[in-house]
Design a protein around this ligand. Structure first.
Ligand code: ASP
Length: 313
């Protein structure tokens, strides 16, 4: 199955059957990634360019690995050394890259909406690797796959998303996906870290961890995004950890078999206790990283389906 849209810019445009098809395909890649022979030639002859205007560890590495495992020619454009530093606009950069005829462009940018704008200007498929506070679709998809594997389903689960909701594209994309798949979502965090209009998002909202975690199947912690704050959002990190940091004691309010997630990078001792993050009885943080490669392989495979069909025919 192909995705209906030409690009993967967010979860918002995806229908439940597209999400399920992508996760099913990713599941197959996850199986292959654990085996001895990891390579396929599915994207052989295609060019993938990764363009990251914001730092990234997991996302950039896994997109690169995903492309290589599918046989694409992968180029990482180092923005720090590019003309962007000399003042070239995003659109000029896009047009320059477009002239090199890539088939896939993976873009991360600090401005919400920048990736959508860029997608309008290029001929290839664009994957949003995170734009400002807007969306991070492959993160939500890898989280969904991790949840589905751990819980055996992706519906009728209670999911608590906790911490800095206001600045988090991960929270936004996850909220859309989990709502679309008919789960019960709770946003938990201090009122200063809730986005405007949170009441209209179709989920429960609380500033109390005990209430938010009660009976949760999944507890998803978020990083405090200090780079997107201009002061005054929390009294102190110590106080924040005391009220909102996840530790074994607070986790007792969730279901006994609740899983603990974090998209990384983690601030141990700020939003999550380091020991709990490493406790494999609950923490699926390493599985999230593993599923990241599989989900990105599936997304790129689905976005190039029509291209590959045309080539084969
Ligand atoms: N890595 C995730 C993102 O790029 C989460 C984070 O940075 O806190 O949005």
């Amino acid at each position: 199955m192909a995705l209906r849209a030409r690009h993967l810019l967010g979860i918002e445009p995806l229908a439940p059957d597209e999400i399920t098809a992508l996760l099913d395909l990713a599941e197959r890649h996850a199986g292959r990634n654990r085996g001895g022979e990891k390579h396929t030639a599915l994207l052989a002859g295609l060019t993938q360019i990764n363009m990251f205007f914001e730092p990234s560890t997991r996302t950039q590495a896994s997109f690169e690995l995903a492309g290589k495992r599918l046989g694409a020619d992968v180029m990482n454009m180092s923005v720090a050394q590019s003309s962007v530093k000399k003042g070239e606009t995003l659109i000029d950069t896009a047009l320059t890259l477009n002239a090199m005829h890539p088939d896939l462009l993976v873009v991360r940018h600090p401005a919400s909406g920048a990736v959508d704008l860029l997608a309008e200007k290029v001929a290839c498929a664009v994957l949003n690797a995170g734009d400002g506070r807007h969306e991070h679709p492959t993160q939500a998809l890898l989280d969904a796959l991790t949840i589905r594997r751990a819980k055996g389903r992706l519906h009728r689960l209670t999911v608590a998303i906790c911490g800095d909701i206001a600045h988090s594209r991960v929270a936004r994309s996850n909220l859309i996906l989990l709502n679309r798949m008919e789960n019960r979502v709770r946003l938990v965090g201090p009122p200063t870290l809730m986005p405007a209009g949170v009441g209209e998002l179709g989920c429960e909202v609380t500033d109390d961890m005990r209430e938010g975690l009660a009976g949760a199947d999944v507890v998803m912690m978020l990083r405090l995004q200090k780079e997107r704050m201009d002061g005054g959002f929390i009294p102190s990190e110590r106080e924040y950890y005391h009220r909102y940091g996840l530790d074994a004691e607070k986790l007792l309010h969730a279901k006994p078999d609740a899983i603990v997630m974090h998209p990384g990078p983690m601030n141990r001792g700020v939003e999550i206790d380091g020991t709990l993050a490493d406790d494999i009885r609950h923490s699926v943080i390493q599985q999230q990283v593993e599923m990241g490669v599989a989900v990105r392989m599936a997304a790129m495979e689905m976005l190039t389906a029509s291209l590959r069909a045309a080539r084969a025919g």
